[in-house]
Design a binder for this molecule. Structure first.
Ligand SMILES: Cc1cc2nc3c(=O)[nH]c(=O)nc-3n(C[C@H](O)[C@H](O)[C@H](O)COP(=O)(O)OP(=O)(O)OC[C@H]3O[C@@H](n4cnc5c(N)ncnc54)[C@H](O)[C@@H]3O)c2cc1C
Length: 316
């Protein structure tokens, strides 16, 4: 199986395929900043995972137990797995809509009541490193460090190909070359920084978000304890200046030049994740959007099942 894109979707699919003794070849230039996965906040969350709550809610509620079992069973000392709690009031209508299906948690914090268990927090850098390493150790796994722009780059001996290029796919497809993000330096949106929402997470240290709809920069937004502190530009710049040198991949470009390295979330991305069987051995995994950690193991298992069923149908 050829897999285009080695983010969580591609790597987890490879993981299950390799476990099932399939041979895989992962195509990816290997630039970490090209991936949402390495920069994700690590939340395997149950937000919106509610059956009867639309197609996406149904899918998430089906995927969540599979995801929790996958990460919980993924035992390695370098992978932080900690329960995720959210604080909120059961009197609040919005809160009820999102969390009423959850168990109240025994977690307590002075002055705050009503904590709810909302999932699991995973150290994504450790996790992605570990899963990539495990996959690479398999003699059945090969890697091609290339950005695929034509089918001729893909080995035509693959029985099947999974296309899992992540959310950046449509950005890459923009006609306007000048604003097209360059693979590798990634999502450099010059001149018009505040046009889009973004969320940048310096793993374990904090994060900066800009939400177009609120017109505000948020510092420390969306952390694991469900706390959000609203900040302003000065604060964000200060945080940025302090954190930039700690970034494991070298200094980031100055914030003032309106360049962001990762985590751009386009508004209006369709909220329907899917494993698509496109026929003739071509699959795609798309629309993981903000629930990639929850959806990837579930969709990967579906992929393996689908391939095995087809294989059986073909006979020996
Ligand atoms: C800041 C941030 C925080 C997030 N937090 C969470 C969270 O807490 N919980 C959660 O569930 N989700 C979270 N998400 C979303 C989650 O990260 C994504 O859903 C998930 O990473 C998507 O995985 P992916 O494998 O589809 O894409 P990616 O991780 O983006 O990987 C796609 C890969 O495909 C490669 N690629 C693309 N095109 C080609 C090509 N033509 N040829 C070869 N390779 C190609 C890229 O190089 C890249 O490596 C967050 C996202 C961001 C940005």
């Amino acid at each position: 199986m050829g897999i285009i894109g080695a983010g969580i979707a591609g790597e987890v699919a490879a993981f299950f395929l390799l476990k099932d003794a399939h041979r895989v070849c992962l195509y990816d230039p290997g630039e970490r900043r090209a991936q949402a996965s390495w920069n994700s906040s690590g939340v395997v969350g149950s937000f919106g995972a509610r059956a009867g709550f639309g197609a996406h809610g149904n899918l998430l509620s089906e995927a969540l137990p599979c995801a929790l079992a996958f990460y919980e069973g993924f035992d390695h000392s370098s992978i932080l797995k900690t329960p995720l709690h959210t604080h909120g009031s059961p009197q609040d209508e919005k809160f009820l809509r999102r969390f009423s299906h959850l168990r109240p948690s025994s977690f307590s914090f002075p002055g705050l009541q009503s904590f709810w268990e909302t999932g699991l927090l995973v150290d994504m850098r450790a996790f992605m490193g570990e899963i990539k390493c495990r996959n690479s150790l398999s003699p059945l796994c090969t890697r091609v460090k290339e950005y695929i722009t034509s089918w001729e780059q893909v080995d035509d001996r693959h029985d099947a190909v999974l296309y899992a290029p992540g959310a950046l796919r449509h950005l890459m497809a923009l006609d306007d070359l000048a604003s097209r993000p360059r693979q590798g330096s990634l999502l450099v949106w010059e001149g018009d920084f505040f046009r889009q929402s973004f969320h940048h997470d310096f793993y374990g240290l904090g994060s900066i978000s800009y939400r177009k709809e609120h017109g505000k920069l948020m510092v420390g937004a969306q952390n694991g304890a469900g706390m959000t502190s609203l900040g302003h530009l000065g604060k964000a710049l200060d945080l940025y200046d302090r954190l930039a040198p700690l970034c494991p991949e070298g200094p980031l470009p100055p914030f003032a030049k309106a360049k962001m390295i990762s985590g751009v979330r386009e508004l209006g991305v369709g909220r329907r994740a899917a494993l698509n069987d496109l026929g003739r051995g071509l699959y795609s995994m798309s629309g993981l959007y903000k629930n990639g950690l929850t959806l990837a193991p579930f969709l990967a298992k579906k992929l393996v099942d689908s391939i095995n069923i087809k294989r059986k149908g073909q006979g020996p």
